[in-house]
Design a binder for this molecule. Structure first.
Ligand code: SAM
Length: 265
């Protein structure tokens, strides 16, 4: 099929077979596992996944591509013709209940990659792992540590929930059309010892958003309305948001949630 590339859907199709094989190998799935691919496009990874799995699900927004997949009439394939940002993954978990690991994979549309990552956090307790191609710069932010210049909201919120590692770097010429930026693949495994309640994770989001609202300012300014609730030290009040570790943000989120619970009682 000839496909008219749609920029608004972030369409850059993978054409390098070596890279495609490396990504699919890195998922390390068994044939009976449950895999859902976000944005299959013309099937660069989809074909290989179909070869290796008993069943595969896909979520795609582009009507032309949905038609293309429907016309293939593949009994092994479940097609969700939806916007992934509005897709309730519980629907998929319900149909794939029972034995088998659950993986979410994809070469994501870069224009909405952070919203997709945040949308998926709510399903992390049901997921075995996620493998995503993203803009390299976004992965650098996801993996950066306190003190690094890229350390920010994305780093804290995702490191609190997942163990993450770089799988491989992918240059623009591996795509058609080539993107203007470098790409990379990241593995995200939900933390086994994740202990935040949904209230505490929401508190973390509030604190982190506020802390990084003005990156150059110290926390005495950015967190002035929170500082008594969080038990911040004098030294911390004089630091900037990017100097505080993920573990310390988590302690603050727990303290904030407790103080709100007490206030409600
Ligand atoms: N997987 C294919 C590949 O590697 O060649 C295509 C990857 S392309 C970067 C992104 C894919 O995500 C496209 O198929 C695009 O139509 C789809 N997409 C874009 N926005 C989407 C959304 N909101 N929901 C679901 N799919 C989306």
């Amino acid at each position: 099929m000839r496909h008219q590339v749609k920029k608004r859907f972030g369409q850059h199709f993978l054409v390098d077979q070596g890279v495609i094989t490396q990504i699919v190998n890195s998922i390390a799935c068994q044939n009976s596992d449950h895999v859902i691919e976000i944005g299959p496009g013309m099937g660069a990874m989809t074909q290989l996944l179909l070869d290796r799995l008993d069943h595969l699900s896909i979520v795609e927004i582009d009507r032309d591509l949905i038609d293309y997949w429907e016309k293939q009439g593949l009994s092994k394939l479940t097609i969700y013709g939806r916007d992934v940002l509005k897709f309730d993954f519980s629907e998929w978990f319900k149909t794939t209940a029972g034995p088998g690991q659950h993986f979410i994979v994809g070469n994501l549309p870069y224009n909405i990659s952070s919203p997709i990552l945040f949308h998926l956090v709510q399903y992390a307790n049901q997921v075995t792992g996620q493998i995503f191609m993203l803009q390299k710069e976004v992965i650098d932010r996801m993996l950066s540590q306190a003190g690094d210049s890229e350390f920010g909201r994305l780093s804290v919120m995702l490191q609190a929930r997942y163990d993450m590692s770089l799988v491989l770097d992918v240059p623009p010429e591996c795509f058609d059309p080539p993107p203007k930026v470098d790409s990379a693949v990241v593995r995200m495994v939900p933390k086994k010892d994740f202990s935040l309640s949904s209230e505490e994770y929401l508190a973390l989001e509030k604190i982190v958003t506020q802390a990084f609202s003005q990156r150059r300012k110290v926390l005495r300014n950015n967190l002035s309305s929170f500082k008594n609730l969080l038990g911040m030290t004098e030294q911390e009040l004089g630091q900037r948001a990017q100097e505080i570790t993920v573990e310390r943000y988590i302690e603050w989120a727990k303290a904030w949630a407790i103080s709100h619970k007490n206030a409600d009682q």
